[in-house]
Design a protein around this ligand. Structure first.
Ligand SMILES: Cc1ncc(C[n+]2csc(CCOP(=O)(O)OP(=O)(O)O)c2C)c(N)n1
Length: 318
């Protein structure tokens, strides 16, 4: 059950993520952030609500879509901005660019360089928890397209056989770049793939904060009890292009507009207003506070030096 404080905390993090992504789009246009930033606008409810079920010492493998994973986990946004802009103040001193934020203090293990690399890493983290008899879980995010990688199937099977505490959480946004899910994927509901591995799970509305929180909490409790992995699929939609700058010519405007009417942010906002947990004045205050946090973080970022080329030779293990 979500209490009032948690509901508002999730709301604040969704707002901060949305505003931050809007500002990052401006920084990209101004040439201050390079590389391909994959925006998560429209998917924040799923990301923030799922991460809200974790304890600070749990592990998480985020996907490539947006900033909400980092905001939700509580990584300082000025550090994230330094990573994105290749500056020394980043979590990995700016070496990772737009997709590689690392924060082991909060179990954020970074991201694989290729899609699908997250699964064996998540399975490995799950294995380490079991071997060390720790009371932790691993939350692993991935897209619908990524669920077609062999690593997904091997890792889910391995986690099921070994009963590892890993939650496989698919963000099904209907597209993998310009390919609609039905053209790349053999099942309509990706959570149906659980039957091949004998694990529990379900398909839920990924734009509904409470459904996500409840389903992921159940999977986390199952994993903590030593029962093994689960496979959850949240149906959602990528409201912006695949990357910031994507001409987005492969989808009809009608389709995109239809999904803007299902934008999780106003849906959740209206729900909180109906429940009398949020007033118009509080809403304006939260928005103002998010913008002020972002202004401060950008000011910090701008003072940080760019990464030095020799830094690339540090932290190499192989
Ligand atoms: C192994 C691999 N193949 C292809 C790519 C290029 N690529 C980056 S994102 C992406 C689409 C992934 O789709 P999905 O998993 O549905 O996630 P979404 O981008 O829709 O959030 C592709 C093909 C990659 N990074 N790694």
């Amino acid at each position: 059950m979500m209490d009032k404080k948690l509901k508002l905390d999730i709301y604040k993090k969704i707002i901060l993520s949305r505003r931050l992504e809007e500002r990052i789009a401006e920084l990209i246009k101004a040439g201050q952030v390079g590389g391909f930033m994959h925006p998560g606008v429209g998917q924040e409810a799923l990301q923030v609500a799922a991460i809200a079920t974790l304890r600070p010492d749990d592990y998480m493998m985020y996907a490539h879509r947006g900033v909400a994973y980092w905001v939700a986990r509580g990584i300082p946004i000025e550090r994230v901005l330094c990573d994105l802009s290749g500056r020394e103040g980043g979590t990995n001193r700016g070496k990772g660019g737009v997709m590689h934020v690392v924060f082991p203090e909060l179990g954020v293990l970074g991201e694989s360089g290729t899609l699908g690399g997250c699964f064996p890493i998540a399975a490995g983290a799950g294995m380490s928890i079991k071997v060390k008899h720790e009371d932790k879980v691993v939350l692993c995010f991935f897209g619908d397209g990524t669920s077609n990688r062999g690593t997904f199937h091997e890792s889910l099977n391995f986690c099921a056989v070994r009963k590892l505490p890993v939650i496989f959480l698919c963000e099904n946004n209907g597209w993998a770049v310009s390919v609609p899910t039905e053209q790349s994927t053999s099942v309509k509901d990706i959570a149906d793939r659980r039957h091949g591995y004998g694990v529990p799970g379900k398909t839920i509305d990924g734009n509904d904060v409470e459904q996500v929180y409840d389903a992921v909490s159940e999977a986390v409790a199952y994993a903590r009890a030593g029962k093994g992995p689960s496979l959850i699929e949240g149906k959602t939609y990528r409201l912006w292009g695949h990357w910031i700058g994507d001409p987005d010519t492969y989808r009809s405007r009608e389709e995109v507009e239809k999904h803007w009417r299902r934008d999780p942010l106003p849906i959740y906002e209206n729900k909180l207003i109906e429940e009398k947990l949020l007033s118009e004045a509080a809403k304006a205050e939260i928005d103002k506070d998010a913008r002020a946090q972002i202004d401060r973080a950008i000011a910090f970022m701008e003072k940080q030096p760019f990464m030095k080329p020799e830094t690339a030779l540090e932290d190499l293990y192989a």
